[in-house]
Design a protein around this ligand. Structure first.
Ligand code: NAD
Ligand code: UFG
Length: 339
């Protein structure tokens, strides 16, 4: 199949591009590089030994998106193109609603014009909301989100569901990611956040490599086994392979399907620090600080549906996640070369 990745130069998109190429699919990427680098795509091509067609464009630009969909026939779309920093979304809600909702509407409208009927969407565990019991199951309703980023995901799921109700030929697969971490085992592609990392694993890696002095653990008094928050960390290559299964599953089907993509096992912040230290042999200096606004004490996936229906499950361990995150960070201490 020929798959269009909107936002395919980013962290999850680049790893998914590689997994798709390795599985024998062709890849076309539309990205404006607002949070990524063309170097990521170049390295994907190098690792796959195959080329990727790239359209440098804003996914909110209908003529550019339509061109990327009609130059050569496209069989499916995976929509990664979004802004994703939770704290920034609180400060700049309109930018988040504008970018994330507009990219989704533009993709759907252009797919309609190009006759493409298969879309996979990057959603998030955050849509289960603040009050859902753990583990999260796909059959639970979407809940109240604690920030505009989360609301954009919830709204985009609704938009996609409504589009599928109106077009009986459309297939929508909503993938609710838990906490993606790690990098491709080569250490050539990985997570390269702009500025100070918001997420735990890149922060730990940057302390280990000496780019930052100290990790602050956000809260040590949660009602969890060691007092720090617990999350369901998933290796980004397991997640990437989940997208291959999802887009293949969506081809020729209709209607909406929802899948949790997580490992189904929670680890605490302190467990993550210790696992990283063991895998890297480097100590990570940290202090326990205040809680971060909006954090939930713990959540993890019930990931059985993806296993049953997609035939997908995680195969990489916590040690693999930490080893590969470190391999990427130590080989690319400042991330991708900046032009
Ligand atoms: P990322 O920022 O690395 O990738 C997003 C890509 O989209 C970037 O390459 C960026 O340049 C591009 N982009 C954004 N807006 C665009 C626009 N208007 N036009 C063209 N390109 C645009 O993020 P990621 O971690 O790879 O996440 C991918 C998707 O998965 C996002 O939608 C994110 O919300 C979602 N998600 C991520 C996580 C996570 O922890 N990383 C968790 C749940 C869901
Ligand atoms: N944490 C720290 N210190 C840091 C960064 C994070 O202690 O410097 C802690 C957080 O408090 C949390 C855990 O590490 O307990 C994980 O935090 P992340 O920011 O890495 O991840 P979140 O669970 O907050 O959020 C992530 C994505 C969201 C997504 C959510 C659910 O960033 O986009 O998972 O999928 F919505």
């Amino acid at each position: 199949m020929r798959i269009l990745l909107a936002g395919g130069a980013g962290y999850i998109g680049s790893h998914t591009a590689l997994a798709l190429l390795k599985a024998g699919h062709d890849v076309v990427i539309v990205d404006n590089y607002c949070n990524s680098s063309p170097e990521a795509v170049r390295r994907v091509e190098e690792l796959a030994g195959r080329s990727v067609e790239v359209f440098e464009a804003d996914v909110r630009n209908p003529s550019a998106v339509l061109k990327s969909m009609t130059d050569k026939p496209v069989d499916g779309v995976i929509h990664f193109a979004g802004l994703k920093a939770v704290g920034e979304s609180v400060r700049m809600p309109l930018a988040y609603y504008r970018n994330n909702i507009d990219t989704t509407l533009t993709l759907l409208e252009c797919m309609g014009q190009a006759g493409i009927k298969n879309i996979v969407f990057s959603s998030s565990a955050t849509v289960y909301g603040e009050e859902a019991p753990v583990p999260y199951l796909e059959s639970m309703p979407r809940g109240r989100c604690s920030n505009p980023y989360g609301w954009t995901k919830s709204m985009m799921e609704q938009i996609l569901e409504d589009a599928a109700l109106a077009d009986h030929e459309l297939s929508v697969v909503l993938l609710r990611y838990f906490n993606p971490v790690g990098a491709h085992e080569s250490g050539r592609i990985g997570e390269d956040p702009l500025g100070t990392p918001n997420n735990l694993m890149p922060y730990i890696s940057q302390v280990a490599v000496g780019r930052r002095d100290l990790l602050t653990v956000f809260g040590g008094d949660y009602p969890t086994p060691d007092g720090t928050c617990r999350r369901d960390y998933i290796h980004v290559m397991d997640l990437a392979e989940g997208h291959v299964k999802a887009v293949e599953y969506g081809a020729g089907r209709t209607g909406v399907d929802v899948f949790n993509l997580g490992a189904g096992v929670p680890y605490s912040v302190l467990q993550m620090i210790r696992a990283f230290e063991a895998a890297s042999g480097v100590s990570v200096k940290y202090v326990i600080g205040d809680r971060r606004a909006g954090d939930l004490p713990e959540f993890w996936a019930d990931a059985k549906k993806a296993s049953r229906v997609l035939g997908w499950q995680t195969s990489r361990t916590l040690e693999d996640m930490c080893r590969d995150a470190w391999n990427w960070q130590k080989n690319n201490p400042m991330g991708y070369p900046k032009s």
